[in-house]
Ligand binder design. Structure first.
Ligand code: ADP
Ligand code: MG
Length: 688
């Protein structure tokens, strides 16, 4: 925490009314200790109380407010411990059912003949609609709150949205003390509000316009900081001289002819670029951007082999152990099969201390010339021997910083980053500003295209039968849910309950596994290993599965609440299947009744091309998508979204360039707050 902060910001949240020991601990789980932390805990969405609807206007899947009066009896049934209160209610256009659980007292609140507004998620039931547990309002009360935006915060079990709102309201008066990091001239030029105002308004925007302005300011902060840091990095790298001598490429060139497949034209082109870089005057700083399954790994392998045959060491860092192991095994196989001068070693966190020590020794004395691992590679204890090339696989999962740290293990090493983030080239140039970019946009021939379908929840039964059938044929399946456990968000599927439900539905000989981001790394790895080994047939998972697993035997990807994900992310998820010889399938379950949601998902239905999808996504997203890509790891700024904020990113980039050409080291008085902010660590680069 920087010194000189206003005391009210550094006070602990427990100083606020309503925060006891128990909720203090829950806040801490969300990373909130101080009042400032709380203020920077932004909503993930808003609840907007929309216009009142008629019964005939209701759509399933929407949260709606409907003004109706009870029709007939209000019945209360007891089923085991549950009391169920139901009644029919209607207006001139039709009827629906209202249900409350364990709230028998509601019967006394609802007077026959009176009209009330009921607001909640509309579900289809038999031939009509039902709303369960709606909030009930007198008409005049509802009209009062209509149009307002109530924040919905990311939750953990036990912490309610209401409590966060209550506590946030007490913290809001401290916003004026938040430090402003942008010089006035930049704010004016970009038409941005003050930071403190933005923070206040992002929690409680009066309307959509206020939200949009507040969000823009906060997104701009993230983007500008990111771009400036990249610019500084690039400046350092552009002058790095290539001290390594790469002369022979006998083995690497010869290998290309021996592979069981022919490299595509684009793969050949990029291999050439890599060779030119490695033999050039300056060290390589290159990004290979290629769609899922486009064949990036073989390029990494060729670069590592080229490095080894010239007497140097190369390292490749993957975001997960499973992926690192996969590479290690594939590389060892190839080295042996083709008699290559490559000696791979695996370095991951789960090795025993002894195994690690032995590996480290042999890395240090140069016995191993190809080091494959996770971020264990950048730990202090590892000393390399003639390390000349550093590769990061799935770069979008790492930070710029991690790539740098690995590179610093050598002396100005060559850097090759690989990413499957399908972002348009113009954006990639800005966001990977420190790298030269090779686009691998040609798929190996002979792939069987994945069959897609976008369907409603009524299709589930069919989907489960289909999955059981595929498992019967020896294949495996993934089912993705957006949430981990109940209570995080209403109405969305969560892995825990889903797994339980599925166990009751699928035949008992089908083995079901569960995977999510709150599991310990070792546990996660274990589940993924089990799935890769075929000991789990159906894996119910959150999006943690997105990267890192190549199980060609898996042929079905089923995504629940798929309307909640960004298209680029859906594409990544889908990329987990269709990797083998068998026909693969992707089932997108759409739980939203909204026409836009359906249209958006139809893009997935009709295209398997990541770049096209990303561009369409960009076109289709409107201000309706409040916080853009939800919980995605790709370029995950907290608020900014590379797709939705493409225009802002371009503006920020051009501003950064003119700023740095005028004041390259930010020494001018007016840029002082900016400089201080950049050197402080408020932005989490590791998330990138
Ligand atoms: P990604 O780009 O997603 O990392 P991989 O490198 O894992 O993709 O490649 C996916 C699969 O395609 C691998 O099984 C790989 O052996 C295979 N492959 C790579 N290049 C070609 C090619 N030119 N022709 C056929 N198959 C290829
Ligand atoms: Mg890959």
């Amino acid at each position: 925490m920087a010194t000189g902060k206003n005391p009210s910001l550094i006070e602990h949240v427990s100083s606020l009314k309503g925060v006891g020991d128990k909720s203090s601990a829950l806040f801490e789980k969300c990373g909130i200790k101080t009042v400032q932390d709380l203020l920077l805990y932004f909503p993930r969405d808003y609840d907007i109380c929309k216009e009142i609807k008629n019964v005939s206007e209701l759509l399933p899947g929407e949260i709606s407010a409907v003004r109706v009066t009870p029709v007939g009896n209000i019945a209360v049934k007891k089923v085991r411990n549950l009391s169920i209160l139901t009644f029919k209610a209607g207006d001139a256009t039709g009827e629906l059912q209202i249900t409350y659980f364990n709230m028998p007292f509601m019967r006394n609140n609802i007077k026959p003949g009176n009209y009330y507004v009921f607001r909640g998620p509309v579900q289809r039931k038999d031939r009509g609609f039902v709303i369960e547990q709606p909030k009930m309002y007198k008409t005049e009360d509802y009209i009062e709150i209509m149009g307002s935006m109530q924040p919905k915060y990311p939750l953990v079990k036990g912490l309610s949205n209401q409590l966060i709102i209550k506590v946030m309201k007490q913290a809001i008066p401290s916003t004026p003390y938040l430090e402003e990091m942008l010089p006035t001239y930049i704010k004016n030029k970009m038409g941005l509000m003050n930071y403190s105002e933005a923070v206040r308004k992002i929690h409680f925007p009066l309307d959509m316009d206020a939200f949009t302005e507040a969000r823009k300011r906060i997104a701009f902060n993230e983007i500008l900081q990111f771009i400036l840091k990249l610019r500084f990095l690039k400046r350092e790298e552009d002058i790095s001289v290539n001290d390594y001598i790469y002369e022979t490429s006998d083995y690497s060139d010869a290998l290309i002819d021996k592979l069981p497949y022919k490299l595509t034209g684009k793969q050949m082109m990029i291999w050439d670029e890599i060779k030119q870089d490695l033999m050039g005057d300056h060290v390589m700083n290159r990004l290979i951007q290629g769609d899922v399954g486009s064949g990036k790994t073989i390029l990494a392998f060729l670069a590592l082999l080229f490095t080894a045959e010239n007497g140097y060491q190369g390292a490749i860092m993957a975001p997960t152990e499973v992926l690192a192991r996969q590479h290690y095994e594939a590389f060892s196989d190839m080295a042996e099969t083709y008699g290559l001068p490559l000696t791979p070693v695996l370095l991951v966190g789960s090795l025993t201390a002894k195994e690690k020590r032995i590996s480290q020794e042999k890395i240090e004395n140069g016995e191993f010339n190809c080091i494959v691992g996770t971020n264990a590679l950048i730990q202090e204890k590892v000393n390399y021997n003639k390390l000349s090339l550093v590769i990061t696989d799935e770069q979008h999962r790492f930070g710029v910083k991690q790539r740098e740290t690995l590179s610093e293990k050598g002396h100005n090493t060559h850097i090759l980053a690989m990413s499957a983030t399908p972002i348009p080239r113009t954006l990639a140039i800005i966001l990977y500003g420190d790298l030269h970019i090779s686009v691998l946009d040609e798929m190996p021939s002979g792939r069987i295209p994945i069959k897609n379908c976008v369907v409603g929840t009524e299709y589930r039964a069919t989907a489960y039968k289909f999955i059981a059938d595929q498992v019967g044929k020896g294949h495996q399946a993934y089912i993705i849910c957006p949430m981990i456990e109940e209570g995080e968000s209403d109405g969305l599927e969560n892995v825990m309950d889903y797994t339980e439900k599925l166990k009751g539905i699928l035949p008992s000989n089908i083995l079901i596994g569960t995977l999510h981001g709150k599991m310990k790394p070792a546990e996660k790895e274990k589940i993924m290993e089990e799935f890769a080994a075929g000991n789990i047939d159906v894996l119910v998972s959150t999006t943690v599965i997105e990267v890192g697993i190549n199980v060609p035997n898996a042929t079905v990807m089923m995504i629940e609440n798929s309307e909640r994900f960004g298209l680029a992310q859906l594409h990544q998820l889908r990329g987990r299947v269709g990797r083998g010889n068998a026909q693969s399938y992707c089932i997108f379950i759409n739980t939203s009744g909204r026409e836009e949601a359906k249209e958006r998902l139809e893009i997935m239905n009709h295209s398997n091309d990541g770049f096209k999808i990303a561009e369409e996504d960009l076109k289709q997203r409107g201000p309706g998508d409040l916080f853009g890509i939800r919980q995605s790891g790709e370029m995950s700024f907290h608020v900014a979204d590379i797709y939705q904020d493409a225009a802002l990113i371009r503006e920020a980039a051009s501003l950064a360039d003119s700023l740095l050409s005028e004041d390259p080291d930010l020494v001018m008085e007016e840029n002082a707050p900016l400089k201080e902010w950049l050197s402080s660590n408020s932005f989490d680069f590791t998330a990138l």
